[in-house]
Design a protein. Structure first.
Lengths: 252, 220
């Protein structure tokens, strides 16, 4: 699955899953935009990819800001050409139970995780519709199925699943596919901060008994981005080692 | 693992009654460097021994019971019973977890969401999903993944353009995308699940139907 010459905008691409997707796409021929709220880290990431022989541009963006998002896509077109692939990956997670979460935390989670998907998809779709081709990949989470203390996060990620299905239905006739990834436990620096006893408990609940890697998600994203992949749309693919098959809320 | 680092040739065993879909899958895998050996859906020990000749392990099993091409003769018990038997026979020979594990893909039908005129195929497809999810849990510790590709009957299948089901006003589901679903599309989706890099994806169903599954509440 090669992405030769395709222009890919990846939000939240300066770290974690977004970074893995950007590096994978660039290594497989795509011209990538590292779009991130941290503009300096986006620029550093783009420079590293370029030094490794890829084509990348780092751009700062706040995905909750319509003007900033529209500027991102205009700049992308100027520097690399019209967008072929959009990966809506930018997101935050605030873990707080229903009695403690604040209005501000709720609204911020919805704004970044859900409104960001809307604004970026709208901006990309305009160009994709005119060219009758495109790939949109949304990064949700296995947590959309629900979890302790994740009212805001799971609600926002559930919204991403619904958005994926509506966008897929609306955009299919233009040759645009829209799919969704729902990662489970992925080995990231953030997860590694958990105490060992928590890690052990989490692993015991994993059917495959292991953590995933950001590259596992990147590989699945490349499948959805493949220009030859015309008949798979509106899907939610869990990259979770089988955790989505085996709910065990009592472990918390 | 990069594209070039994958083991070649990896051995895929294709269990199928012999359909256009199975042929497309075999062609796709061979063009990707796989060695593909075919068996029937009820192999005897001699068949198993023969396909293992000269091979150290089985990397993949594709179970294609003909739900996308058959008009009759499908029964759910037979379809899932055959899969369980094949898995039981091959399991001792699957690639070990430490060496990447094995991949199992079942090719099923969108009819599993329900369709008049084809209740036997719908029942088999639904049962196949349930069995594959159970096998995914059962084989996870072995490092084996088990996934399902559920497709619309592809372009050229005798199940396409069959007209309105008798006694209903319903129209056959069509892709929302501009191009028809082909056997090659199904093969490509299967190949994704079979890839060594798909080792953290198990128990999943991908509908290869151009979006025709989306308005069913069972499709999430």
């Amino acid at each position: 699955m090669r992405l030769n010459g395709k222009v890919a905008v990846i939000t939240g691409a300066a770290s974690g899953i977004g970074l893995a997707v950007a590096e994978d796409f660039a290594a497989n021929g795509a011209k990538v935009v590292i779009a991130d709220i941290a503009g300096d880290r986006a620029a550093e990431t783009a420079k590293r990819i370029t030094n490794n022989g890829g084509t990348a541009v780092g751009l700062a963006v706040d995905v909750t800001d319509r003007e900033a998002v529209e500027a991102l896509f205009k700049q992308t077109e100027v520097e690399l050409g019209p967008v072929d692939i959009l990966v809506n990956n930018a997101g935050i997670s605030i873990d707080r139970g229903v009695r403690r979460i604040t209005d501000e935390e709720w609204q911020r989670t919805i704004a970044i995780n859900q409104t960001g998907v809307f604004l970026c998809s709208q901006a990309a779709a305009t160009s994709m519709i005119s060219r009758r081709t495109g790939r949109i990949i949304n990064v949700s989470s296995r947590a959309w199925l629900g979890w302790f203390g994740q009212l805001a996060y799971s609600s926002s990620k559930g919204g991403v699943v619904s958005a994926t299905r509506s966008l897929a239905i609306e955009l299919a006739k233009y040759g645009i596919t829209v799919n969704c990834l729902a990662p489970g436990l992925i080995d990231t620096p953030l997860l590694r901060r958990e105490p060992q006893e928590v890690m052990d408990r989490l692993l015991r609940a994993q059917p495959m008994g292991s953590l995933g890697a950001a590259n596992d998600v990147a590989w699945a994203a490349r499948f959805f981005a493949d220009p030859a992949n015309n008949s798979v749309t509106g899907q939610v693919l869990y990259v979770c080692g089988g955790k989505s098959l085996y709910a065990q809320p009592s472990i918390n | 693992m990069t594209d070039s680092q994958q083991r070649h040739p990896r051995l895929a065993v294709l269990a199928s009654p012999g359909t256009a879909t199975a042929t497309a899958v075999a062609d796709k895998l061979r063009s990707g460097g796989w060695a593909v050996k075919t068996i029937g859906q009820d192999p005897d020990p001699g068949e198993i021994n023969a396909l293992l000749e000269g091979q150290e392990a089985i990397d993949a099993l594709i179970y294609e019971p003909g739900l996308l091409d058959a008009s009759d003769g499908i029964n759910a018990g037979g379809v899932v019973g055959s899969l369980l038997k094949v898995v039981e026979q091959l399991r001792p020979h699957f690639r070990a977890r430490g060496d990447g594990g094995a991949r199992i893909v079942a090719i099923s039908s969108r009819d599993g969401l329900g369709w008049p005129d084809r209740p036997h195929i719908a029942a088999a497809a639904g049962a196949l999903t349930a069995v594959c999810r159970s096998l995914a849990l059962q084989l996870g510790q072995d490092g084996a993944t088990v996934n399902v590709v559920a497709a619309l009957p592809p372009h050229g299948s005798i199940l396409r353009d069959a007209g309105r089901p008798a006694g209903t006003h319903l129209r056959e589901p069509e892709p929302l995308t501009p191009t028809p679903v082909t056997a090659e599309d199904i093969a490509s989706t299967s190949e994704f699940f079979l890839d060594a890099r798909s080792g953290y994806i198990t128990g999943q169903v991908l509908y290869c139907c151009g979006g025709a599954s989306l308005l069913s509440s069972l499709s999430v």
